[in-house]
Design a protein around this ligand. Structure first.
Ligand code: NDP
Ligand code: A1CAB
Length: 285
C-alpha cells in the first residue's frame, strides 16, 4: 500500500513568501507535522532561522551538505523566483529519482520546461497558488504531467485543499490562473489601500479606517459567497437611485476603474507567458 501524506517528507526548494504560505497552511491545518517539512534557500540564513523558530521546520542552505533533504523527500516544492528557476532545477536534477513528486509554484514555468530539466519520467505538478494559502483561504490552479499517478494527484489536491480551494485546469490555462487568482490578492490590497487613503481624508484615524475598510471587504466577499447572488446584483442593492453609491460608482467608472482592472489582469497573465518564454529560451541555449 502507498504511504499517505502524514508520513511523507516535503522539501521546499526556495524558502520565500510562497513557500512559507504553503508550509504554514499545511502545518496549521494539521495535514503534516513540522518535522516532515524541510526548507532550503540560497543565501539568506536569517530567513531560515526565522522559519525554523516560527514553525519548527528543518532548514538548511542549498549547497551546504543539504542533499539529504532533497534526496529523501517524497515531495519537492519548487518555490524560487522564475529568474532563478532553470539553474536551480538543473542543479538538483542528478539527485532526484522518478518516485519523487515535483510541485512547482513558479509563474510561467511550463511542464515541458521542467521535463527538459528533470527528464520525462519525473512526475510534475504545475500549480499557481496565492498567498492567502497562509490562512487556509488560498485559490490554486493545478495541472499534471503525464507521469503523475492517481495517488499522487489525490495527495496534491489534498495538500492544496487543506490550504484553500483548488481547480484542476488544462495547463494552457495556468497563465490565466496567474492573472485571476495568483496575482489576485494584490488587486484587492490595492483597492483597500485606496479605500484607506480616502477614509483618512474623510476624517478617520488609521485604526478606525482599517477596521471599517477590512470589515467592508470581508463582508462583501462573504455576501457573494453566502447569498449566491452575483456581485452585480449585490452592487445594485447598495445603489439607491441618485444616491451616494451611484455618485461614487459613476465617478469611479468615469475614472476607468473597471477597465483598468480587466486590463491589469490580462497583463498579469501575458506577463506570466513572457516569463515562461524567457525560461524556455534560457534552457534551450
Ligand atoms: N508571492 C506570491 O504571491 C506568489 C508567488 N508565486 C511563485 O512563487 C515563486 C517564489 O516567489 P516568492 O515566494 O514570492 O519569492 P521569494 O523571493 O520570497 O523567495 C524565493 C526563494 O527562493 C530561494 N532561492 C533562489 N534561488 C535558489 C537556489 N538556487 N537554491 C535554493 N533556493 C533558492 C531564495 O533564497 P535566498 O533568499 O537565500 O536567495 C528565496 O528563499 C515564484 O516563482 C513566483 O512566481 C506563485 C504564486 C503566488
Ligand atoms: O508577481 C509574481 O510574479 C508572482 C506570481 C503570482 C503572484 N506573484
Amino acid at each position: 500500500m502507498e504511504r499517505g501524506i502524514t508520513t511523507m517528507r516535503i522539501c521546499f526548494y526556495g524558502a520565500g513568501s510562497m513557500a512559507e504560505a504553503i508550509a504554514r497552511g499545511l502545518i496549521h491545518n494539521k495535514l503534516v507535522e513540522p518535522g516532515q517539512i524541510s526548507m532550503l534557500n540560497r543565501s539568506n540564513e536569517q530567513r531560515l532561522t526565522e522559519l525554523h523558530d516560527r514553525y519548527g521546520v528543518q532548514t538548511v542552505l542549498q549547497g551546504t551538505n543539504n542533499d539529504t533533504y532533497l534526496k529523501e523527500a517524497d515531495i519537492i516544492f519548487l518555490a524560487m523566483k522564475p529568474k532563478d528557476a532553470a539553474e536551480a532545477i538543473a542543479a538538483i536534477a542528478p539527485l532526484l529519482h522518478s518516485k519523487q513528486l515535483i510541485v512547482s509554484v513558479i509563474a510561467g514555468l511550463s511542464i515541458a520546461s521542467m521535463e527538459r530539466l528533470l527528464g520525462e519520467e519525473q512526475p510534475i505538478v504545475r500549480t499557481m497558488p496565492n498567498t492567502s494559502s497562509t490562512i487556509g483561504l488560498g485559490a490554486t490552479g493545478i495541472s499534471y504531467s503525464s507521469k503523475v499517478t492517481s495517488s499522487q494527484r489525490l495527495i496534491s489536491e489534498a495538500m492544496f485543499q487543506s490550504i484553500g480551494i483548488n481547480a484542476v485546469v488544462e495547463e494552457s490555462l495556468q497563465d490565466s490562473v496567474v492573472g485571476v487568482s495568483g496575482s489576485g490578492p494584490a488587486y484587492v490590497y490595492l483597492v483597500m489601500e485606496a479605500m484607506l487613503t480616502a477614509a483618512e481624508k474623510l476624517g478617520f484615524d488609521p485604526d478606525t479606517a482599517k477596521e471599517l475598510v477590512v470589515q467592508t471587504v470581508l463582508g462583501a466577499a462573504q455576501m457573494v459567497k453566502q447569498t449566491g447572488e452575483s456581485p452585480e446584483q449585490l452592487r445594485r442593492k447598495v445603489t439607491s437611485p441618485n444616491g451616494t453609491t451611484q455618485a461614487a460608482i459613476e465617478t469611479m467608472t468615469e475614472a476607468g476603474l473597471p477597465e483598468a482592472i480587466v486590463k491589469g489582469m490580462l497583463r498579469s497573465s501575458e506577463r506570466a507567458a513572457e516569463i515562461g518564454t524567457v525560461i524556455e529560451r534560457s534552457i534551450a541555449e
